[in-house]
Design a binder for this molecule. Structure first.
Ligand SMILES: Nc1nc2c(ncn2[C@@H]2O[C@H](COP(=O)(O)OP(=O)(O)OP(=O)(O)O)[C@@H](O)[C@H]2O)c(=O)[nH]1
Ligand SMILES: [Mg+2]
Ligand SMILES: [Zn+2]
Length: 308
């Protein structure tokens, strides 16, 4: 039995690194997380046991070691199957853009809820600021303020103009990070800018739809010249949450959770109760309206209207 780290996953093939050896593996058997069905049982970052059959150079993954953490999403709230984005990371970067393409803030909030639930600290990157006009720059500053007030690190960058790339490079140093976000926001371009030896495929976004083209199709972990590892992932459209309990959701909005200590009822849902400190903060402009809206939409499971 050999042990190694999954550094690439295509869905049917897994590349496992064991010291200097790189082995192509398949999986055998069924792997499940509690009662969640996943489209990909093994993900980049997993430590696995595998066997190489004699006379063969292909390995069979037989076992996954318990994950320190993982990021998981559903394609939408309606889908049954979940997808593991990565596991065993020190931190996550969520990259988004206010134009070309426009990332919806509810997408950002859904990612953050999941990352909080699994105790993965997340750094937000607002990219492509070189394209922003004055109005968009103003919006960028208010978005940055929303997330900084909620307790997150948030940086604006331009990969093409090399703005703030060194800040991100330093944050990645000596850590295992994953980067996620919509297609076309510049995830792979950022990694190329951080380590010039890596030559990841980057492609123009469609000029017609202003959407990314899903250039990165597989998740893969790269070693950074400056120290550390980064997992580049394919762009995602929606970030459906796996089934959290309703009363858990406010725990995953750090600023709402803080405010909730002053609510009249200990089990306040912050939606319709009297004496709610969260709603009071919202009315006084102390809580961001977009964060609260995301909270309400996530709580409103019955609507089933989530399509982001
Ligand atoms: N103007 C501008 N363009 C950028 C910036 N960063 C990346 N791009 C461009 O955006 C396009 C998409 O970049 P990618 O790195 O392929 O995007 P991605 O997030 O990896 O996309 P997927 O792999 O599809 O998920 C490319 O044409 C990049 O050159 C930026 O800061 N400013
Ligand atoms: Mg990419
Ligand atoms: Zn309340």
């Amino acid at each position: 039995m050999e042990k190694g780290l999954v550094i690439k996953s295509t869905g049917s093939w897994y590349t496992v690194k064991n010291g200097h050896d790189i082995i192509k593996c398949k999986i055998k058997g069924i792997f499940r997380i509690k009662d969640i069905t996943t489209t990909n049982p093994v993900t980049v970052g997993d430590i696995v046991n595998y066997q190489v059959l004699s006379g063969n150079d292909i390995g069979i993954i037989t076992d996954i070691q318990e994950r320190k953490n993982y990021i998981i999403r559903k394609a939408s709230n309606l889908s049954k199957e979940a997808h593991l984005i990565a596991s065993n990371v020190d931190q996550a970067f969520l990259m988004f853009t206010l134009t070309s393409p426009e990332t919806l803030l509810e997408f950002v909030d859904r990612f953050l809820v999941t990352a909080e639930a699994y105790h993965i600290s997340t750094i937000l990157i607002i990219n492509k600021i070189d394209l922003y006009d004055d109005i968009t720059l103003e919006r960028m500053n208010s978005v940055k303020a929303i997330y900084r007030n909620a307790g997150y690190r948030c940086y604006e960058t331009s990969v093409t103009e090399k703005i703030n790339i060194d800040i991100i490079k330093n944050l990645m140093k000596d850590k295992i990070s994953v980067i996620s976000g919509n297609s076309g926001v510049g995830k792979s371009a950022l990694i190329n800018a951080i380590d010039k030896n890596l030559n990841l495929k980057v492609e123009e976004i469609s000029s017609y739809h202003k959407k990314g083209k899903h250039t990165t199709t597989f998740s893969e972990m790269y070693e950074l010249k400056g120290g550390g590892y980064i997992i580049d992932t394919p762009g995602i459209k929606g970030f459906g949450l796996i089934d959290f309990e309703e009363n858990e959701i406010s725990l995953f909005f750090p600023e709402i959770f803080k405010l909730s200590k002053d609510c009249q009822y200990y089990n306040c849902s912050h939606i319709h109760e009297p004496g709610c400190a969260v709603k009071k903060a919202l009315e006084n402009g102390l809580l961001s309206a977009s964060r609260y809206k995301s909270y309400v939409n996530i709580m409103d499971k019955d609507a089933g209207k989530y399509r982001i």
